[in-house]
Design a protein around this ligand. Structure first.
Ligand SMILES: Nc1ncnc2c1ncn2[C@@H]1O[C@H](COP(=O)(O)OP(=O)(O)OP(=O)(O)O)[C@@H](O)[C@H]1O
Ligand SMILES: [Mg+2]
Length: 262
């Protein structure tokens, strides 16, 4: 599904250092891969490169990013635009900033369909949006459809963003710290939702977090990044129960013991 080979990314504004420094990993169809690591370790830059959201004029890059066999680094903007929302969808940390504050949430859920399938009628599109919202476990969806973002809670907004991401049934869902801005209870509901989407629709997920306990609860495999490099790579159980790298051990030691049972 996704193959990243020896990816190296440098920002032209910071030529002295690689933000991502020789990263290789793959995700098979239907798997959930967790990407963890300290702030600034290169998680988001890796994710943005995969999704094609990183502006190429700002960076120098080497390596390969293959999504379903297609090279993302060589693909031109138009093709990437075509793939976004159909092959790949992204959910971000701050649902409030991901949404347009002056637009009702329902039509925002429909965006990928409006852009990529203009032949679908407005009526059918709304039906698809209501379905996606139900799949994202929103209730009273006809009513929620008409709401503006500021009237909804953070958890509901993140469900809206997830509905917008899954409406076009992407093969790969990239979730960059999707629960970090939420309280612990809501966080576990969103994790359960992502797991359900993975199970029911077979969506492959790249899940980014600095919370190793959350990653353990959700992911099949885990990659730990530090300063642009992968320092640990294995099954979630392996990495969680028997970490090899000192940095991972420290990351685990910093989890309060109550959360370790997660
Ligand atoms: N637009 C940019 N211009 C210059 N440097 C950048 C830019 N975006 C990110 N970087 C640098 O790239 C490195 C990796 O950043 P990245 O955002 O991927 O970290 P992260 O692992 O996602 O961190 P966090 O957990 O805080 O989200 C950092 O050193 C960061 O300062
Ligand atoms: Mg980040």
């Amino acid at each position: 599904m996704l193959e990243v080979k020896d990816l190296r990314i440098k920002f032209i504004s910071r030529p002295d250092k690689y933000a991502v420094d020789g990263v290789s990993f793959e995700i098979n169809d239907g798997e959930i891969l967790g990407l963890v690591g300290e702030s600034g370790s290169g998680k988001s830059v890796t994710a943005m490169t995969i999704s094609g959201l990183l502006q190429k004029s700002l960076i120098e890059f080497e390596g390969n990013v293959l999504v379903g066999g297609k090279e993302m680094l060589a693909t031109d903007r138009e093709d990437i635009h075509e793939m976004q929302g159909t092959d790949i969808a992204v959910v971000f940390q701050e649902p409030m900033t991901a949404l347009d504050p002056v637009m009702k949430v329902g039509p925002q859920v429909e965006e990928a369909i409006r852009i990529h399938y203009p032949e679908i009628s407005a009526e059918e599109r709304k039906k698809m949006a209501l379905d996606a919202m139900k799949q994202a476990e929103l209730y009273d969806v006809e009513n929620v459809y008409e709401k503006y973002p500021h009237t909804l809670s953070g958890g509901m907004l993140q469900r809206i963003c997830i509905a917008a991401a899954i409406i076009s049934k992407p093969k790969l869902l990239i979730a960059d710290e999707p629960t970090t801005a939420l309280d612990v209870t809501t966080q576990s509901h969103i994790i359960a939702l992502l797991k359900k989407i993975n199970k029911e629709q077979g969506t492959t997920i790249l899940f980014i977090s600095h919370n190793l306990a959350v990653v353990h609860a959700l992911c099949d495999k885990v990659i730990v990044m530090q300063r642009g490099k992968i320092v640990e790579n294995g099954s979630a159980d392996e990495v969680f129960n028997n970490p090899k790298n000192d940095y991972t051990k420290n990351l685990l030691a910093s989890i309060p013991s109550r959360d370790k049972r997660y």
